[in-house]
Ligand binder design. Structure first.
Ligand code: ADP
Ligand code: 5GP
Length: 189
């Protein structure tokens, strides 16, 4: 697929489940309101505080498959038993309008974006250690034991891929990780 030429810059953040991507992105958006965050589609069930069209577009498998087959996703992947995808059209519109666009997605999706948007800036968020990652996933208390085990197994694989990325940020202290990310994105603090 041809790469999409645009005025806005596309930044992508990946990292194992529970590393703090959501927490970091939330703080980044509060400080940098010009950034547009893509809302993904997923077949997973909403967590208690999650809102439709804010956290995700929660879709049935059938609806997700239909969108995928009509080329409606910029990228998509299966993760821990559910499908996740980035709706293509809004991302292209925001980039055309010159807005900085942020994607928060997993590894397979990041690899697809690397092919379709080679100019995108790809950041890997790493935990200070695997034990700390496990305690963050457990501390979030949103997943079943089976889901936790699947996410940890996947985390070990994702961590091996960190050198594929343009930059690695370690999320030990969230505020320090935030400053590092802002610097990497060329944003003022
Ligand atoms: P992700 O979006 O990568 O799955 P979350 O943002 O949901 O991760 O964070 C997972 C858990 O870890 C949450 O309970 C969050 O409050 C906590 N957390 C995030 N960053 C840090 C940090 N730097 N130090 C300690 N706990 C953190
Ligand atoms: P969660 O279920 O914890 O919200 O997300 C699970 C994983 O799916 C996370 O690593 C998250 O970054 C990733 N993810 C969220 N949206 C997308 C998406 O649109 N595409 C891909 N490939 N991964 C996504």
């Amino acid at each position: 697929m041809a790469s999409f030429t645009s005025a806005g810059r596309l930044t992508l953040i990946t990292g194992p489940s529970g590393v703090g991507k959501g927490s970091l992105v939330k703080e980044l958006l509060q400080r940098q309101p010009e950034i547009w965050l893509s809302v993904s589609a997923t077949t997973r069930d909403p967590r208690p505080q999650e809102q439709e069209a804010v956290d995700y577009f929660f879709l049935s498998r059938e609806r997700f498959n239909a969108l995928q087959q009509s080329d409606g996703f910029l990228e998509w992947a299966e993760f821990a038993g559910n499908c996740y995808g980035t709706p293509r059209q809004p991302v292209e519109e925001q980039l055309s309008a010159g807005r900085p666009v942020l994607l928060e997605i997993e590894l397979e999706g990041a690899r697809q974006v690397r092919k379709s948007f080679p100019e995108a800036f790809q950041v890997f968020l790493a935990p200070p250690g695997i034990e700390e990652l496990e305690s963050r996933i457990r501390g979030r208390a949103t997943d079943t034991e089976e889901a936790i085990q699947r996410r940890l197994a996947r985390a070990r694989i994702e961590l091996l891929a960190k050198d594929e990325f343009d930059a690695v940020v370690v999320n030990d202290d969230l505020q320090i990780a935030l400053l590092e990310l802002e610097s990497l994105m060329g944003l003022s603090h």
